[in-house]
Design a protein around this ligand. Structure first.
Ligand code: NAD
Ligand code: KPL
Length: 303
């Protein structure tokens, strides 16, 4: 069965290149004919790994045309997920599987709500990649991808294809907890790196602020029924700050490059869940508001 990939950016191209070089059928779905022509002119996806680059002439088509889709990886940003999924919804075969590879939470539920006849699986990834230019991607950090079904159901047989392609993936029986853990970690680190304009490691110089956010995010994790995640959060955050000390967080990089951030699916989602669960979370809400003001002042969307 063919892997269709919508969202030919950093992670989408990283998945596509590895599936293709393993000899697995894969095709890219591009927004329109102009993008398709630009892709064809380049001859395929270029993946740069350990300084070596390889070109993968992966077949591509526009979202609007082609055979029915059985298995789709949606690899766009969280704020594009609903419209991207809608653009291809008519092509999804009955019983198709859709893998949602978005950070944060909220977009996955919004997409699934529109596709009741599609099995929507969620993914959480710690792999790192960035786009050097269109369809040219650098594999920047090894990691792991967890996949799971919020509603239960069997482990898909195609996990072995990911293994065959060298994509480190594991089935998670509680993918929501995985996503919540990553969301909490990102909420404790990323906004502060933007507000303090610093690398992750420099947050070690702001221990009270980090601890206050961990405390409130822990309350939220507890209220969502993830007590182990709540208990482990502060330690996880301190470990990640130390392990990624020299890096700029993804949100820092988005803002520095004038790109829209995924704030609505990270801090925004945390604050909305706080409202739903009647939690005060004053420090978290204050950081959310400060970050929104920071983005607005730079002409960037605050949602
Ligand atoms: P990206 O911006 O590099 O790529 C997204 C691609 O989707 C872009 O090429 C964009 O043009 C395309 N797209 C958006 N809407 C589309 C539409 N309607 N039709 C066709 N194409 C469309 O993003 P990314 O870095 O690959 O991130 C994807 C998700 O994975 C994000 O939620 C991100 O937070 C998460 N993530 C990324 C990394 C990473 O290292 N890049 C790591 C972990 C998680
Ligand atoms: O995931 C991250 C990001 O930058 O988005 C890290 C560095 C792990 C911390 O939030």
């Amino acid at each position: 069965m063919t892997w269709s990939i919508l969202g030919a950016g950093s992670l989408g191209c990283l998945w596509a290149a590895r599936l293709s070089r393993a000899g697995l059928p894969v095709r890219l779905l591009l927004r329109d004919r102009q993008r398709l022509n630009a892709y064809r002119a380049l001859g395929g996806v270029t993946l740069i790994e350990d300084g070596r680059e390889s070109l993968y002439p992966i077949p591509a088509e526009t979202v609007a045309q082609g055979a029915p889709i059985q298995r789709l990886l949606l690899a766009c940003k969280a704020y594009d997920a609903e419209s991207a999924a809608a653009s291809v919804a008519a092509r999804l075969a009955p019983g198709a599987e859709l893998i949602l590879l978005q950070n944060g939470l909220g977009s996955q539920q919004a997409v699934s709500a529109h596709l009741p006849r599609t099995r929507c699986l969620y993914a959480s990834s710690t792999e790192g990649a960035f786009r050097e230019s269109d369809f040219r991607v650098v594999f920047a950090g090894h990691g792991q991808t967890w996949l799971g079904d919020e509603h239960g159901g069997p482990t898909p047989a195609w996990l072995t294809e990911l293994e065959q392609a060298g994509i480190p993936a594991q089935w998670s029986e509680n993918i929501l907890e995985r996503l919540w853990r990553k969301l909490a970690l990102n909420c404790a680190i990323n906004p502060l790196t933007v507000l303090h304009q610093c690398r992750n490691g420099e947050l070690a110089g702001h221990p009270d602020e980090v601890a206050a956010l961990c405390d409130e995010l822990g309350q939220l994790l507890h209220a969502c029924n993830y007590p182990a995640a709540a208990q482990e959060l502060q330690g996880d955050v301190e470990r990640v700050i130390a392990a990624t000390a020299a890096n700029f967080s993804s949100m820092y990089q988005d803002v520095a490059q004038g790109r829209r951030s995924e704030i609505a699916y990270l801090l925004g989602h945390a604050c909305r869940e706080g409202d739903r669960l009647h939690l005060a979370l004053p420090r978290l809400r204050a950081v959310h508001e400060r970050l929104r003001a920071y983005l607005v002042a730079r002409g960037l969307p605050d949602t």
